[in-house]
Design a protein around this ligand. Structure first.
Ligand SMILES: [Zn+2]
Length: 300
């Protein structure tokens, strides 16, 4: 993705990893190749988003929005040094690529004014913190971290229950190592739905994937963009919005949210930035044959 410009705002991405991720049927239990083939006459999803053997091509990435006054980082990927024994590719990662890409945008961690997390899953909060002298500390030392209150309270309760019952660590341990330390450092603010970060930048509720799941609405210079987090994991769900991921807390609510968002965005020119869409990532939703929708990349 080349830098996308909306009025005074510019949006870039920082990619932590990208490639064939997993079988589509692993992410979406309802996946059916025959249904998918019938839903998109020209097979527009392959090979860019779906391999010949039905694996999803996905990216793990953050977005950087520069408003002219604020530099805002949206979602923190997996992070380095995190103990994720149940996810081999996330376990004790050691890569300079993420901060190097930030530097290539002319930014150091201290330049980030605001960190937003669309939700608090492990692949969206990792770079919230770094390990320093055996302690997890905020990566972005000057930033205000804005978390949805509903989202934080849901996972905080789950975390307390897991501690009390000896259950598995909440979100692979990411609540303890990538969210709580930010709160304890006094850098976090809990906000409600419809929170304006600044003029032209708003956090909107998009529940289903998680109870406090959010999208980030951007508007500047007469142009609109939507950072959709995990409301849509893959463009396959633009062809078939009813296929929720197995990581959705409420699959039916997630599908309803996705369908509403896509119908609203379709043919509107709204630029979508989804957390897991592979390069070039940004694009628009357009109507397609048979009452379907499709994705068209912008900024290739
Ligand atoms: Zn995710």
């Amino acid at each position: 993705m080349v830098t996308q410009t909306l009025g005074e705002f510019r949006i870039d991405r920082v990619v932590e990893s990208e490639g064939a991720f997993a079988p589509a049927s692993m992410l979406m239990p309802g996946f059916d190749p025959a249904v998918l083939a019938a839903a998109q006459a020209d097979d527009w999803l392959r090979p860019q988003f779906l391999t010949a053997d039905d694996s999803l091509v996905m990216s793990f990435q953050s977005f950087v929005i520069r408003t002219g006054r604020l530099t805002v980082l949206v979602d923190g990927c997996v992070g380095n040094d995190k103990e994720r024994p149940n996810r081999e590719s996330w376990h004790r990662r050691q890569s300079s690529a993420y901060l190097d890409q930030l530097a290539a945008l002319g930014l150091s961690p201290a330049d980030i004014d605001v960190v937003l997390c669309t939700h608090l899953h492990a692949d969206h909060v990792g770079w919230n913190t770094v390990l320093r002298d055996g302690r997890w500390v905020p990566t972005f030392p000057r930033a205000r971290y804005l978390f949805s209150r509903a989202e934080y309270e849901f996972w905080e309760r789950a975390h307390r229950e897991a501690l009390a019952t000896g259950g598995p660590a909440t979100n692979h341990g990411s609540f303890a190592d990538s969210v709580l330390p930010v709160m304890e450092a006094g850098r976090a603010e809990l906000v409600g739905a419809g929170h304006d970060v600044c003029a032209g930048l708003r956090i909107d509720a998009a529940p289903g994937h998680t109870p406090g799941n959010s999208v980030i609405a951007v508007q500047s210079g007469g142009k609109r963009a939507l950072l959709t987090g995990d409301v849509i994991h893959t463009p396959v769900q633009i062809a078939l919005p009813q296929w929720s991921s197995r990581f959705c807390e409420d699959a039916a609510q997630s599908a309803e949210c996705r369908e509403g968002l896509l119908n609203h965005a379709c043919d509107s020119g709204t630029l979508l930035f989804a957390s897991h869409f592979p390069s070039p990532t940004s694009g628009v939703v357009e109507s397609a044959a048979g009452g379907r929708m499709r994705f068209r990349c912008v900024g290739c």
